[in-house]
Design a protein around this ligand. Structure first.
Ligand code: NCD
Ligand code: ZN
Length: 351
């Protein structure tokens, strides 16, 4: 591919912009600048903040921060606090979905299977229940989704065999969709050996043969999302490095490179980065667009908009320099410059 490519505005349906509570890693402004620089004009932000978004008070605080700082459009996920289960009903109309951390909450013994059943029974929607789950917990979530007629979205599928389990449930009528990340598709445990903590995230990278299987089963995947989870270089080189890697600025060039290599079609990529996330999370139709110059290059180690300032993909082949991004008929980004003021971004949920 060469020349210029114009695509509809892309959606990253899984990011952690760290606000409130961890703005030394990223904040709403730097995170949404990274989104625009990566060709995304809409992001969906996870609730594991400090404090976590598990009640209306935190929602209002986070919404106030985003409404004055966001450069691109955004949706927020609600989180679940077993001590305030009734908050979910109040939060539901204002968020794109409910994010459940199945295994960490299980491990803390705070979330019993009765409580989990009640969450699936009582979540009013309209957004889906999105889960962070290890392979062993996926069947239970599928069963609960089927029992309570909930829409379930499995975030960053940890193993290629999980795709078969999810597909079987889907064939049997369960409303389930799923997502994989660029790092699970393009890095392996061999990269992790080289990258150390900079190659560690949840779920962990896969062995090369399992990465091959993930590609073979890509037809079963609905969304590609970055799970942009920035941590500082000091944290990653410290005694207890947190899991997570940034990804907003590398997803599109890496995936366009994969298209160029014939690993998936451009139409399919558009489905994974635009149509499916818009459909699954009920996002507005008028999406703007992204203009890309189809130049081939090697991803640099630095020079990104994300505050964390590094990428696990340095040295990888990439295709496409993001030239311009529009949003709601406004040019918001052009040639490495953000052209709108913080606060231009809107919440995609109008309530
Ligand atoms: C996430 C983060 O840093 O917020 N990290 C990650 O590796 N995906 C948290 C998490 O989902 O465990
Ligand atoms: Zn995440």
């Amino acid at each position: 591919m060469n020349g210029t490519l114009t695509l509809p505005g892309l959606i990253d349906a899984h990011v952690h912009l760290r606000e409130p509570g961890a703005t030394h890693k990223e904040d709403c402004r730097t995170g949404t600048a990274a989104a625009l620089a990566g060709g995304f004009n809409t992001i969906l932000d996870m609730p594991n903040n400090q404090p976590p978004l598990t009640n209306l008070e935190v929602l209002r605080c986070k919404q106030a921060l985003f409404s004055t700082k966001a450069l691109c459009d955004y949706g927020l996920f609600a989180g679940y606090d077993p001590r305030q289960p009734q908050a979910l009903t109040a939060l539901a109309p204002y968020v794109v979905g409910l994010k459940l951390y199945l295994d960490t909450t299980f491990a803390s013994a705070a979330l019993t299977s009765e409580a989990l059943d009640a969450v699936f029974r009582d979540w009013p929607g309209p957004g889906p229940i999105a889960i962070h789950a290890e392979s062993c917990s996926i069947p239970l979530a599928l069963e609960l989704a089927a029992r309570h007629h909930q829409r379930l979205h499995v975030c960053h599928v940890p193993q290629p065999d999980d795709l078969l389990v999810i597909d079987r449930a889907r064939q049997a009528g369960t409303q389930v969709t799923c997502e994989v990340t660029p790092h699970h598709l393009l890095l392996t445990t061999e990269d992790e050996r080289r990258l150390g903590a900079f190659g560690r995230m949840k779920p962990p990278l896969l062995a090369p043969n399992l990465v091959d299987l993930l590609w073979q089963r890509l037809a079963l995947v609905d969304i590609i999302a970055s799970d942009h989870a920035p941590h500082t270089i000091a944290e990653k080189t410290g005694p207890e490095p947190a899991p997570g890697v940034p990804g907003l600025e590398t997803t599109l060039p890496l995936m366009l490179q994969a298209v160029d290599e014939g690993r998936l079609s451009l139409d399919r990529l558009l489905e994974l980065l635009h149509h499916a996330p818009a459909r699954i999370y009920g996002l507005p139709f008028d999406s703007g667009q992204v203009e890309i110059e189809l130049t081939s290059y090697t991803l640099p180690a630095a020079g990104y908009h994300t505050r964390c300032g590094w990428t696990p993909f340095a040295g990888k082949r990439a295709l496409g320099i993001i030239r311009q991004v529009t949003l709601r008929s406004t040019v918001v980004y052009n040639d490495n410059q953000v052209l709108v003021r913080p606060g231009f971004g809107r919440n995609v949920v109008h309530n």
